[in-house]
Each structure stands twice: as C-alpha cells, then as structure tokens.
Ligand binder design. Sequence first.
Ligand SMILES: *[C@@H]1O[C@H](CO)[C@@H](O)[C@H](O)[C@H]1NC(C)=O
Ligand SMILES: *[C@@H]1O[C@H](CO)[C@@H](O)[C@H](O)[C@H]1NC(C)=O
Length: 385
Amino acid sequence: MCSIILCLCAKHTRTPKQLKDELGEVVAEMEAMEGGGLATDESKPSNKAKQTSIGRKKFNMDPKKGIEYLIEHNLLVSTPEDVAQFLYKGEGLNKTAIGDYLGERHDFNERVLRAFVELHDFTDLILVQALRQFLWSFRLPGEAQKIDRMMECFAQRYCQLNPNIFTNTDTCYVLSFAIIMLNTSLHNPSVKDKPSVEQFISMNRGINNGGDLPRELLVSLYESIKTEPFKIPEDDGNDLMHTFFNPDKEGWLWKQAGGRYKSWKRRWFILNDNCLYYFEYTTDKEPRGIIPLENIQVREVQDRHKPHCFELYAAGSEFIKACKTDSEGKVVEGKHTVYRMSAATDEEKDEWIKCVRQSISHNPFYDMLAARKKKAQKTNVHSKS
Ligand SMILES: *[C@@H]1O[C@H](CO)[C@@H](O)[C@H](O)[C@H]1NC(C)=O
Ligand SMILES: *[C@@H]1O[C@H](CO)[C@@H](O)[C@H](O)[C@H]1NC(C)=O
C-alpha cells in the first residue's frame, strides 16, 4: 500500500483531476482486496470476480481506463461486439459513464456504439416505446454532436427493424426529437406552453418525405407521452432541458436611461425567445421596449451609483438595434450604445448574465435539427415518379 501512496506523491506534475482519479483507483483496488488478503493466484474464480468489480469501478470513474483494465485482465475481448455486450448488460455500471463512452468521437467507440444499438430489439415497437427502451439503456450526454450521432444510429436501427413505417431515417430522427421535446413541454413545470395534440400534429407536417405521417400514429405517440413521461437514468431534470430549450427568465431590474441624465428606472424584464422585453408594470400587455439579442454581448460592470450591474453591448456596431415606446406612445428606435442594468443581489446578477449568455450563444442543436427537418420535408427524387 505504501508504495502506491509513495508513488502518488513522487510525481508533482499531475493535475488535481488526475490525482483524484488515481486516488479513486487505489481506493477501488483496496476495497476489492478487503477480506481476500493479497491473493495473486490468477486462476482463482474469486479473483476474477474481484478484478471484474475493480474494472467496473474503474469504468465508472474513467470509462476508457475501465475497459482497458478489463481487456488487460482477459475479462473482456477487445472487439466492438464484446465491449458493447458488456455495456448493454450494464451490471454495476453508471449510465452516465456508459453514455460518455458511447459518445466518444473515436473510431473504436463509434463501432461499439453501432454494436450497442444493434443489441436492442425494436421489432414491432411503436417509436415511443423503442425510444423509452433506448434512452433508458444509458444516459444521453449533453453535447449536440454526440446526441446527433447516437440518435442517428437509433433511427437507422429502428427503420431497419420496422421498414414500413417511415420513408427514410431522417423522418424517424426528426420525429424522435419531436417526441423528446414534447415530453419536456408536457411535463417540465418551467415550460408554460403545453402543446395540444393538434399542435403536435401540425408541428410535424410534411416530415415524411414531404408528406404527412398518419394521424393515428401521431395521436398515439402524443397520448403515450402525455400519460407516461420518459424516464431517463441519472435524471437531474435539467440537462436535456438546457440542451433543447433556450432559457426564459423574468424579474425586476433597474435600467439606466439612455438620454443625457442617465436616470435609473425600475422595469419588469422578460427574457424569451432570444429577446429581452421590459415593462413598466408586471401586468402591462405592451412592453416599453424590446431588445433583440442578435449580435449582443453581455458583461459585468461596476457602477458608482448602483450595485450588481451588468450591461448589454453591441458586438461590432456602435448602436444596439432595439425599439421602445416614447412618451407619446409612438414606437421609436432605441439609441443605446449599451444597456446598463442593476439587479437586486449578486446572485440575481449572475443568473441574468448566465441566462442572457445562454440565450445568445448559438444553440448548435437547433441548426442540426432544422437541417434534418428540411431533408425530411423535401420530397425525394425517387418517390416523385
Ligand atoms: C454516475 O455518475 C455521475 C457523474 O459522474 C454522478 O453524478 C452520478 O451520481 C453517478 N450515479 C450513481 C448511481 O452513482
Ligand atoms: C421527460 O420529462 C421529465 C419531466 O420534466 C424529465 O424528468 C425527463 O428527463 C424527460 N425525459 C427526457 C428524455 O427528456
């Protein structure tokens, strides 16, 4: 034991993360050795079980290392099929770690992903049930490209096993996302707009090679999600939400006027759909001003008169494109070079900055999905004749 600890101390070049991982490995090995003494006899079956247990623990801390360990100890064969089988069984494995491993952009991992998806049998399952099974077998990582790769594999597999439902895999892919987003819209309390079945149907117009999917199919998908939300492993209720939806936020802020006097006015702000609206009263129907968040940046600032300040500024041009109603109620263009706001607390300020940033940072996911949808909506050359 001492030698392990000495060795940990001898090198000073490790990052805290590496150190933490190595310590974790030592702990896993020590735990596995407990009670069994320091047996080294490789042929003992109990030893094999211990090594498997160490391998799983290593996998949960660092999937790549865990797989390497199991292969080194002849507990796993180094083929995509064998590794996929191990992940699919998933005994003692953390589903976040499985998702991380499957999402890795590396030739071997991508082959494991395909083999893993092939272990699922979706024959004769309605799409929503197939998705339930698939999304329960690992935790979808938060990154758009990884989600894209995984859902592409899923759609191919589903269409291969159920050849007569969709005209192409893009349709299956797009509809799968429509279902995942419907789940969030219907069941997440912070989404206020709950789509009706008719809205769900019209959102999916033309995605079957330019044609519509059967109404009964869409209704049954909707009903299934409505009665039973999707369960995902290690659910913190937020991750996918942040991947798919831009944040909304509202609250009181002090806003500095743009004119000569720079006076401060208290306004009710609403961040929605990539726009910032402000109102005089929370009950007002018409905003006093609208600031589209295109080409806008946000930064923290110090102000002599107000605490917890941040400001919006234009990236590239001098003025921020915005509009407001003037004293006579006419809509006029705003003349701000910056919009300076003051929040009630430091936490509120940080939260506003975070939400505005998230809202203006391009959501790569929307583009990806939009491109797919376009493909699925285009009548393809073969089916025209
Ligand atoms: C799985 O790993 C994730 C990320 O490391 C962690 O947040 C989660 O608590 C783990 N789950 C279990 C059941 O240990
Ligand atoms: C479905 O919605 C519930 C409630 O918001 C959420 O906990 C779950 O993660 C969602 N499932 C998916 C696949 O997004």
